[in-house]
Design a protein around this ligand. Structure first.
Ligand SMILES: [Zn+2]
Length: 81
Protein backbone atom coordinates (compact mmCIF):
# COMPACT_ATOMS: atom_id res chain seq x y z
CA UNK A 1 0.00 0.00 0.00
CA UNK A 2 1.28 3.41 -0.88
CA UNK A 3 -0.03 5.78 1.73
CA UNK A 4 0.88 9.30 0.80
CA UNK A 5 -0.73 10.93 3.88
CA UNK A 6 -2.39 13.66 1.88
CA UNK A 7 -5.46 14.04 4.04
CA UNK A 8 -5.90 17.65 3.07
CA UNK A 9 -5.90 16.90 -0.64
CA UNK A 10 -9.32 16.81 -2.28
CA UNK A 11 -10.45 13.32 -3.21
CA UNK A 12 -12.39 12.00 -6.18
CA UNK A 13 -16.19 12.01 -5.74
CA UNK A 14 -16.71 8.65 -7.40
CA UNK A 15 -18.05 6.02 -5.06
CA UNK A 16 -15.29 4.09 -3.34
CA UNK A 17 -12.52 6.02 -5.05
CA UNK A 18 -9.80 7.59 -2.95
CA UNK A 19 -7.66 8.99 -5.68
CA UNK A 20 -6.61 12.61 -5.51
CA UNK A 21 -8.95 14.81 -7.47
CA UNK A 22 -7.57 16.43 -10.59
CA UNK A 23 -10.77 17.65 -12.19
CA UNK A 24 -13.73 19.71 -11.07
CA UNK A 25 -17.08 19.03 -12.68
CA UNK A 26 -19.40 21.97 -12.25
CA UNK A 27 -23.05 21.09 -12.60
CA UNK A 28 -26.54 22.37 -11.98
CA UNK A 29 -29.88 20.61 -11.63
CA UNK A 30 -32.45 23.09 -12.92
CA UNK A 31 -35.17 21.37 -10.89
CA UNK A 32 -33.34 22.00 -7.64
CA UNK A 33 -30.99 24.88 -8.22
CA UNK A 34 -31.18 28.39 -9.49
CA UNK A 35 -29.43 28.75 -12.88
CA UNK A 36 -26.35 30.48 -11.51
CA UNK A 37 -25.81 27.91 -8.76
CA UNK A 38 -22.95 25.48 -9.26
CA UNK A 39 -22.59 22.17 -7.55
CA UNK A 40 -19.21 20.55 -7.91
CA UNK A 41 -17.94 17.04 -8.10
CA UNK A 42 -14.30 16.19 -7.95
CA UNK A 43 -12.80 13.56 -10.17
CA UNK A 44 -9.52 11.78 -10.57
CA UNK A 45 -8.12 11.18 -14.04
CA UNK A 46 -9.82 7.81 -14.23
CA UNK A 47 -13.33 8.91 -13.26
CA UNK A 48 -13.56 12.20 -15.08
CA UNK A 49 -15.17 10.61 -18.09
CA UNK A 50 -17.53 8.45 -16.06
CA UNK A 51 -18.75 11.29 -13.88
CA UNK A 52 -19.04 13.85 -16.64
CA UNK A 53 -20.97 11.32 -18.66
CA UNK A 54 -23.30 10.72 -15.74
CA UNK A 55 -24.05 14.43 -15.46
CA UNK A 56 -23.98 15.00 -19.19
CA UNK A 57 -26.77 12.58 -20.07
CA UNK A 58 -28.99 14.31 -17.52
CA UNK A 59 -28.16 17.70 -18.95
CA UNK A 60 -26.65 18.85 -15.67
CA UNK A 61 -23.04 19.29 -16.66
CA UNK A 62 -21.90 22.87 -17.10
CA UNK A 63 -18.16 22.83 -17.00
CA UNK A 64 -15.14 20.59 -16.57
CA UNK A 65 -11.94 22.27 -15.47
CA UNK A 66 -8.81 21.22 -13.67
CA UNK A 67 -8.82 21.68 -9.93
CA UNK A 68 -6.01 24.14 -10.32
CA UNK A 69 -7.98 26.28 -12.73
CA UNK A 70 -11.14 26.08 -10.64
CA UNK A 71 -9.39 27.35 -7.55
CA UNK A 72 -7.79 30.11 -9.55
CA UNK A 73 -11.18 31.16 -10.85
CA UNK A 74 -12.82 31.43 -7.48
CA UNK A 75 -10.81 34.33 -6.20
CA UNK A 76 -11.46 36.33 -9.33
CA UNK A 77 -14.92 36.59 -10.76
CA UNK A 78 -17.61 34.99 -8.62
CA UNK A 79 -20.16 34.80 -11.40
CA UNK A 80 -20.33 35.23 -15.13
CA UNK A 81 -22.78 38.06 -15.01
ZN1 LIG B 1 -11.77 8.40 -9.02
Amino acid sequence: MTDSTTDTAPVCSAKGCREAAVWVLAWNNPKLHTPERRKTWLACEEHREYLSNFLGIRGFLKDVVTLEEWEGRRDGSAADR
